[in-house]
Design a protein around this ligand. Structure first.
Ligand SMILES: Cc1cc2nc3c(=O)[nH]c(=O)nc-3n(C[C@H](O)[C@H](O)[C@H](O)COP(=O)(O)OP(=O)(O)OC[C@H]3O[C@@H](n4cnc5c(N)ncnc54)[C@H](O)[C@@H]3O)c2cc1C
Length: 511
């Protein structure tokens, strides 16, 4: 792949999130002259880090899932993740606390999860095995036939056996309907559906295609990279640099004009020129803030009409003393969570009985909190666009800490020594996220695959990468997005040596 683009093809990547770093690495390897400009002081984007008084918090993602996708990424550069960071399989994977006082611990051993299911509903252990076998098959199918090769256009599905196969397996219906064909107990359904929060959807608005997430969770398991997700970000930046890309932080791109071969970018540090521009900033923001009006592909209204994934009310808490029985990952769930989803997607309001998530990385990693302390992150999914003024945040903080003490027995109040928060405003201000969504475009059926924003949009030579385009949300998907955007750049380059869409396959070129 190294020789495919001519050395003097200059590429400017706007933003150093997972998608931007991945694209930069692949394009540098393909031979382009790649510069990545990131407006913040660190790369990583939503995968940020907060360090204070001996505490270290991952401010965004904390679940390292799909290790196969990370291995594949590093493999394309003749490397392994382990050369950059140590991975630990979490045991337990997570603990669930229900409002009625019930608790369940999900362990990596499949046998134990089988027994856990059986304890709630006779026959549910066997149903789980069938569910996971189907999820594994569908995962392989999705990755090999859709995610990696990239089927971004509706016509890519015509004349393939894929659509009939997915329809027959009822994978276009809602997750909730699909899961209820296997298990009835509401708590077991929650255990199979909670992974949808990673995609920013609800059990009723997300297609059953995403039942593959249970394969990711319960077959592949949950990992922790020592030092936290920030270590993974550093590794990606190293790989990109090792391939020859230049990364500059603290430089904000303020305008993008021109077209292939003749782009001019205004930044707060001066004017830059490039043949190709890749935007890892989301397309709604890129169109609104960076492109001239006549270069915009969609109207502002079209962006307002999209279904956005939840925003999040986040607390980063440095806490003195013990936090048992919280696990590294914990979920605190109401027994009926439909009211919470309704308050995110149908009638936006602050949830009164929320389902939320806690991360305590210091349970696994001594290096992220001082001795005798824990680094606790609280994430409550809330509707994007909510008013998150200081009064509301204060009230909600009190409410969440009180509810946490009641549900889990862990009272953090009175022993918090470091505290920060983030909410709708921070996601909107830091990343230009529409309506302050934390994750981007929800994976509803009509925002999946060919219905997601195109990576080629606007002026010729401008490309998108990251969670807003295909395949979608999450660190692993953004790594793949980077690969696919780089592939599109190579395919479109004048004089490129291979215009075959399959040319960027593992067998033929990259490895
Ligand atoms: C709270 C939270 C929890 C999450 N949990 C998980 C999880 O557990 N597991 C998981 O896999 N995923 C998780 N995710 C999702 C995951 O973090 C994202 O999908 C992924 O990181 C998005 O990457 P991206 O490539 O879209 O780039 P982004 O992260 O959106 O980065 C874009 C970059 O572009 C920069 N930029 C924007 N405009 C400009 C400009 N004008 N000039 C220069 N630079 C600019 C931004 O500063 C930013 O660094 C979570 C996300 C959040 C917010």
């Amino acid at each position: 792949m190294r020789e495919v683009l001519s050395d003097d093809t200059s590429v400017l990547v706007v933003g150093g999130g997972f998608g931007g770093l991945s694209t930069a690495a692949y394009l540098a390897r393909a031979g382009a002259d790649v510069r990545l400009l990131e407006r913040h002081d660190r790369v990583g984007g939503h995968a940020g880090v907060l360090e204070r008084d001996g505490f270290r918090f991952d401010t965004g993602p904390s679940w390292y899932l799909m290790p196969d996708v990370f291995e594949r990424f590093f493999g394309h550069f003749d490397r392994t993740p382990e050369e950059y960071y140590d991975l630990e399989r979490l045991d337990p994977q997570y603990r669930v606390f229900w409002k009625d006082g019930d608790r369940a611990t999900v362990e990596p051993k499949r046998r134990n999860v089988h027994e856990l299911f059986e304890s709630y509903e006779p026959g549910a252990g066997e149903a789980l095995d069938r569910y996971l076998a189907a999820a594994e098959r569908n995962y392989e199918l999705a990755m090999e036939r859709v995610v990696y090769p990239g089927r971004d256009r509706l016509r890519d599905y015509v004349d393939t056996d894929l659509l009939p196969m997915l329809t027959r397996a009822r994978l276009f219906g809602s997750m909730d309907d699909y899961v209820s064909r296997y298990v009835e107990h509401p708590k077991l359904r929650q255990l199979l559906e909670y992974t949808l929060v990673f995609l920013g959807g609800s059990p009723t608005n997300t297609p059953a295609l995403y039942s593959i997430m249970s394969h990711v969770d319960l077959n592949q398991n949950v990992f922790y990279p020592e030092g936290g997700i920030a270590g993974v970000v550093d590794a990606l930046a190293r790989v990109a640099r090792e391939q020859g890309a230049t990364i500059e932080t603290g430089v904000e791109v303020q305008a993008v004009r021109g077209h292939r071969g003749a782009f001019t970018l205004e930044t707060d540090a001066g004017v830059e020129h490039a043949d190709v521009v890749v935007s890892n900033a989301n397309p709604a923001y890129t169109e609104r803030e960076l492109l001239p009006p006549d270069a915009r592909e969609r109207s502002p209204q079209a962006w307002d009409d999209r279904t956005y994934a939840p925003s999040a009310f986040m607390l980063y808490l440095g806490v003195e003393g013990d936090v048992d029985p919280l696990a590294h990952h914990s979920l605190v769930l109401p027994t009926d969570w439909s009211a919470h989803f309704e308050r995110i997607f149908d009638r936006p309001a602050w949830p009164e009985d929320p389902a939320y998530y806690l991360s305590v990385a210091s349970k696994t990693d001594d290096g992220v909190a001082p001795d005798g302390h824990h680094a606790v992150v609280v994430l409550v999914p809330i509707a994007p666009g909510l008013d998150d003024g200081p009064d509301m945040r204060d009230r909600y903080r009190e409410f969440v800490l009180g509810a946490l003490a009641e549900r889990t027995g862990v009272d953090l109040r009175g022993r918090i020594v470091v505290e920060e928060s983030a909410c709708v405003s921070e996601f909107a201000d830091r990343y230009g996220d529409p309506q302050g969504t934390a994750l981007g475009l929800a994976h509803t059926l009509f925002q999946t695959g060919p219905f997601r924003p195109d990576r080629r949009a606007g002026p010729d030579g401008l490309y998108y990468t990251g969670a807003y385009t295909t395949p979608g949300i999450g660190m692993p998907m953004c790594l793949v997005s980077g690969e696919r955007t780089a592939r599109a750049v190579v395919e479109d380059a004048p004089g490129t040596r291979s215009t075959d869409a399959t040319a960027w396959s593992d067998e033929t070129t990259v490895q």
